[in-house]
Ligand binder design. Structure first.
Ligand code: GLU
Length: 482
């Protein structure tokens, strides 16, 4: 049997890193088994679902390269794969379950249910609602015929239990005494998540449901519904939730949780996939680098841990740096040139681009995020008419500042040839002669040519900047000091 899995986000929020991991595991499982990866839109919550969230989810799944074979937007043999288009189908299933006695119209009010639960607790019996507050069949028919609204509840068989073997969590058992006769259709005729999700899983011939552990307690309900529909159960795998480094549930407090934010900050999709894959799947240690193809080859749901996984933004940043270093230069230039141009405020000329190409090996080695590259390269292409205040007061407006700048002018003025090596030798001789430490001697030069203390390696930068421009900038800074 070819596996069929689905990722079923509700468009009630941006694609979250935890949801992206769920999507990735579904994708890897499908690809590893030659199965189908299906995307569904669980948009039954009309009040909270928006087109903007839906777009964000699609866009970032595509950005991560998690293309689906069938489903929302691209279609397939099962219609639109959008729950709001399938209300008739859900109502039909609910009606069929009522006709077969597996579900019933319920008139119990919230107050009645509260009282029921309270009394059960006091009496030490099960607080799960079992339908005992409902009127007789005759009265139900009468009230429905007179136009009164009712919800439809699934009749949970009691006594009993639902057991299943979760691929990640192992043997699970839920006593029906703890499961309410749950609502499947609301009184306005809209389906609940339990009904819509289960009907879709059955209709789309899903074989494996891989989703977050927050839905574990819904699973007995889904199994009961599936079997009541006369279908075969699917296999379940519930993934542990993501934690922040402090061991608490991952939330905004820990940093960004929306995939869009990571994309905008300059993360590479390859790094995100790699990092997210490691959150629970024991492919190696937590620094293992693996491409999507390698992960597809090696993916094994049965080795996924049920322990909570820690999402550590620092580790992700480190991994992004690894991926940046692995990019080839052309790819790196293509990804960063637009950022540099945006920062500089103009399109770079051919000559500028040649200078940028010289800088690339230096910045590529060190960058953890792509936008850092723009701020590091910027000095090559703009006039330095302002200096970073902190840098200025720290290294320029001190005794050694003018000494270093005068020394640099003297050492570089007639330097020939102008190469990293000759610049290196000349400036080292200069600081020795003037009895300056490397920091006190070189930092003022760095600030003079780049405007701040943060720039790519100094001697290489000066070579790329050229003699005339280097000297002009050092002289300008020197006169600003006197
Ligand atoms: N739509 C549900 C959610 O976004 C997931 C449904 C499922 O995977 O069963 O939480």
């Amino acid at each position: 049997m070819t596996p069929r899995v689905r990722f079923a986000p509700s468009p009630t929020g941006y694609l979250h890193v935890g949801a992206a991991r769920t999507a990735l595991y579904n994708y890897l499982f499908a690809r590893n088994n030659g199965g189908a990866f299906i995307l569904r839109s669980d948009d039954t919550d009309k009040a909270r679902s928006t087109d903007e969230f839906q777009e964000d989810i699609l866009e970032h799944l595509r950005w991560l390269g998690l293309e689906w074979d069938e489903g929302f937007e691209i279609g397939g043999t099962h219609g639109s794969y959008r729950q709001s288009d399938r209300y008739d189908r859900y109502r039909e299933v609910a009606k069929d379950l009522v006709d077969r006695g597996r579900a019933y119209y319920s008139f119990a009010t919230a107050e009645q249910l509260d009282a029921f639960k309270r009394e059960a607790r006091e009496a030490g019996t099960s607080p799960a609602y079992d339908g005992s507050l409902e009127p007789s069949d005759a009265e139900v028919s009468e009230r429905l015929a007179s136009g009164e609204k009712a919800v439809v509840r699934f009749r949970v068989p009691r006594p009993g239990a639902t057991e299943f073997d979760d691929i990640v969590r192992g043997d699970m058992r839920f006593e029906h005494a703890q499961v309410d006769d749950f609502v499947i259709l609301r009184s306005d005729g809209t389906p609940t998540y339990h009904l819509a999700s289960t009907v879709d899983d059955v209709d789309y011939a899903i074989t494996h449901v891989i989703r977050g552990e927050d839905l574990l307690s819904s699973t007995p309900k889904h199994i009961l519904l599936t079997e009541a529909m006369g279908a075969d159960r699917v296999t379940y795998a519930h993934l542990s939730l993501l934690m922040g480094p402090d061991g608490k549930k991952l939330s905004k407090r820990h940093g960004d949780t929306a995939m869009a934010a990571y994309r905008e900050t300059g993360y590479l999709p390859e790094a995100l996939n790699n990092y997210l894959a490691l959150l629970g799947w024991n492919i190696g240690d937590d620094e293992t680098i693996a491409s999507l193809d390698e992960m597809i080859d090696r993916f094994d749901l049965s080795t996924v841990s049920k322990n909570p996984a820690v999402f550590d933004p620092k580790k992700l940043e480190w991994m992004n740096g690894v991926y940046i270093r692995e990019m080839d230069e052309a790819e790196f230039v293509a990804a960063t040139l637009p950022l540099v141009e945006e920062s500089v405020g103009r399109t770079l000329s051919e000559e500028d681009r040649a200078r940028y190409a010289m800088l690339v090996p230096l910045v590529k080695e060190r960058a953890k995020l792509l936008p850092e590259v723009a701020s590091q390269a910027r000095f090559l292409f703009v006039d330095i008419d302002e200096y970073d205040e902190k840098s200025w007061s720290k290294v320029m407006a001190v005794e050694e500042g003018p000494v270093a700048l005068d020394g640099a002018i003297a050492a570089l003025e007639d330097l020939d040839p102008w190469t990293t090596e000759t610049i290196d030798a000349a400036l080292r001789a200069m600081i020795e002669e003037r009895d300056l430490s490397a920091r006190k001697g070189f930092q003022p030069i760095r600030v003079a040519v780049s405007g701040s203390m943060v720039s790519p390696p100094l001697f290489e930068s000066l070579e790329i900047l050229g003699r005339d421009e280097t000297l002009a900038r050092i002289r300008a800074a020197r006169s600003a000091l006197s």
